[in-house]
Design a protein around this ligand. Structure first.
Ligand code: PHB
Length: 367
């Protein structure tokens, strides 16, 4: 029996298979609120063992991309409630990915044109936000220069994230995934090359991990550790994250600390498909250090997924772009049916149903 299609107990939440729909920004939410198209999109993909939603901004400050549906207003919570209802009615499970982009934002997205926030006041090079080129014209723009969060402001960001997590539970999500990967706010604190702070959030490994671990603890206390997952990208280079001293030790310390917390899971983002660095050889070292459910996403096909499960290096496998183009990806892989290719030109932005909910399920030889 193939393991990919076997059931899994995710900290008490039964999953019908080991396939996770990985979080993917779609930037299709007019007014940043999930709508009927969002409901259809996720319902179509509910045969995944677990869906992790697209990145959900926890606050206006945490937003770096236009049309990303947040969890900080009542309308957004109500919109997500319709999504989770639809996924549950279709027999699926869904976590909300809670996202604060830090410095990968733009003044046109921020309240009153404020600067984005980060660990330090250093602009991300070669990094784009999706914002207003001019009012009314959306497009890729270089990330704005950030300001450094003051020491006593960091707990406020944690509180914003906890508030969004409570909103996620109100909206009916089965749990949340804290986005600490891909060069966004948490990694801007963890990375020792960027984070040159002299206070309790910079310097030592413990200090650079403090914001992440304090936030994880606050989330666990608010909604239960079994409902909290964490996404990280060890050795990732996306969004101007550079190599730093004690990089392996930093991530192994994170693995040990997260192990103690009995979380729903840790989810590794392998950036091989999104222009960063693969987790590669580090995966086994991380597996050895982390005792708990481990997921990785990025570049898997069925044979590689099955092999990672059989070897015990991963418990669940994330699939990204294949889930966009194949709403019935689970059935296609189970039956070895051919896969549709994703249309990259409609990945992001307000293209209506096109490239969003109009990918059909497999129609057999008649197609
Ligand atoms: C993207 O929009 O391409 C994107 C967003 C969040 C990520 C990675 C990629 O973590």
């Amino acid at each position: 029996m193939e393991m990919l299609f076997s059931t899994y107990d995710l900290a008490g939440l039964p999953l019908s298979n080991r396939m996770v729909m990985a979080p993917m920004t779609r930037a299709r939410a007019v007014n940043d609120v999930p709508d009927a198209a969002t409901v259809t999109y996720y319902r179509q993909r509910a045969s995944a063992g677990l869906i992790v939603s697209e990145g959900v901004p926890v606050s206006r400050e945490g937003m770096g991309y236009l049309f990303t549906p947040g969890l900080y207003t009542e309308q957004q919570v109500a919109g997500w409630r319709l999504v989770t209802n639809a996924v549950h009615e279709a027999g699926g499970r869904i976590f909300a990915q809670l996202w604060h982009v830090g410095r990968i934002s733009h003044v046109s997205l921020q309240e009153a044109g404020a600067s984005p926030v980060s660990s330090v006041a250093r602009r991300a090079e070669n990094s784009q936000a999706y914002a207003w080129i001019v009012q009314g014209l959306a497009g890729q723009v270089p990330a704005s220069a950030p300001r450094a969060l003051a020491e006593d402001e960091v707990p406020r960001v944690t509180r914003d994230i906890v508030a969004a997590a409570r909103g996620a539970i109100t909206a009916g999500f089965d749990g949340i995934e804290l986005h600490a990967a891909n060069g966004y706010l948490f990694e801007q604190f963890i990375n020792g090359e960027l984070n040159t702070r002299l206070d309790r959030y910079g310097g030592s490994i413990a200090n650079r991990l403090r914001f992440l671990l304090d936030t994880v603890d606050a989330l666990a206390e608010a909604i239960g550790a079994q409902r909290v997952g964490v996404r990280i990208s060890p050795f990732g280079r996306l969004n101007d994250m550079r190599a730093f001293d004690d990089e392996a030790q930093t991530w192994l310390t994170a693995a040990n600390e997260l192990s103690k917390r009995n979380l729903a899971y840790v989810h590794l983002s392998d950036q091989c498909t999104i222009g960063g660095s693969p987790v590669g050889d580090f995966l086994q070292a991380f597996r050895d250090a982390y005792r708990g459910t481990l997921i990785a996403a990025g570049g898997f096909d069925k044979p590689r997924a099955e092999q990672a499960l059989q070897r015990g290096v991963l418990d669940l496998i994330g699939f990204g772009a294949p889930f966009i183009a194949n709403p019935d990806l689970v059935e296609r892989l189970a039956n070895d049916w051919p896969l549709a290719a994703v249309d990259r030109s409609t990945l992001y932005g307000l293209h209506g149903e096109h490239g969003y909910t109009d990918y059909p399920p497999y129609a057999g030889d008649a197609a």
